[in-house]
Design a protein around this ligand. Structure first.
Ligand code: ADP
Length: 159
C-alpha cells in the first residue's frame, strides 16, 4: 500500500486541490490530506472549518483520509508511513518555491519523494487566495470550488 501525503493550508479547499487529489489516486493507493494550521498566513477559515470542508468534499473518494499536522512535513510523512509528498504545480511561478521546498525536504528526509502533479488547465490559475478575493466582493466562485465551500464563503463574508 503506497500512501501519498497531500499537504497544504486548504483555506479553503478548491476544485484545483481536488483535481490534484484525484490525479494522485492514480499513482498512490491511498492519500492522506494533511492540513497545516499555517497560522502565519492568517487563514480565513479556522483549522476545524478547513478540516470539516475537506472531509465533506472528499467523502465520495475511497482511500482518502484527512487529518491535521503541525511541525515538519517530512516528520509527519515518516510518522504516517507515507512514501511520497504530492504537490500541485500550476504556473511556472510555483516552480521556484516548490523546487526549494522539495529539495529541502529531501535533505531532511531522503527516503520521502516529492511528486509534482499538473492540474487540468482550467484550474491552472486557481488559488485559494483568488477565490477568497472574489467571494469577499460578492463575486461568483461557481465551478471553482465545491458547493459547500461556496456556501461557507457566503457565510464568512455575510452574504
Ligand atoms: P500551501 O500553503 O502549502 O501552499 P495550499 O492549500 O495553497 O497550501 O496548496 C496546497 C497544495 O495544493 C500545493 O501543492 C498547491 O500547489 C496545490 N494547489 C493549490 N491550488 C491548486 C490548483 N489550482 N491546481 C493545482 N494545484 C493546486
Amino acid at each position: 500500500m503506497k500512501l501519498g501525503i497531500c499537504p497544504g493550508t486548504f483555506d479553503p479547499v478548491t476544485n484545483g486541490h481536488l483535481d490534484i487529489i484525484e490525479r494522485g489516486l492514480r499513482i498512490f493507493d491511498k492519500i492522506l490530506i494533511g492540513v497545516a494550521p499555517s497560522d502565519r498566513k492568517m487563514p480565513l477559515f479556522t483549522l476545524d472549518e478547513r478540516l470539516e470542508l475537506i472531509r465533506k468534499v472528499t467523502r465520495g473518494f475511497e482511500n482518502v483520509t484527512v487529518s491535521s499536522f503541525d511541525g515538519l512535513l517530512v516528520e509527519y510523512a515518516r510518522q504516517q508511513k507515507g512514501v511520497g509528498i504530492i504537490r500541485g504545480l500550476r504556473a511556472v511561478s510555483d516552480f521556484e518555491y516548490e523546487l526549494q521546498l522539495a529539495l529541502m525536504n529531501r535533505k531532511l528526509a531522503s527516503d520521502v519523494e516529492t511528486v509534482f502533479m499538473m492540474p487540468s488547465q482550467e484550474y491552472s490559475f486557481l488559488t485559494s487566495t483568488i477565490v477568497k478575493e472574489i467571494a469577499s466582493f460578492g463575486g461568483s466562485v461557481k465551478g471553482l470550488v465545491p458547493e459547500v465551500v461556496e456556501q461557507a464563503l457566503r457565510e464568512k463574508f455575510g452574504r
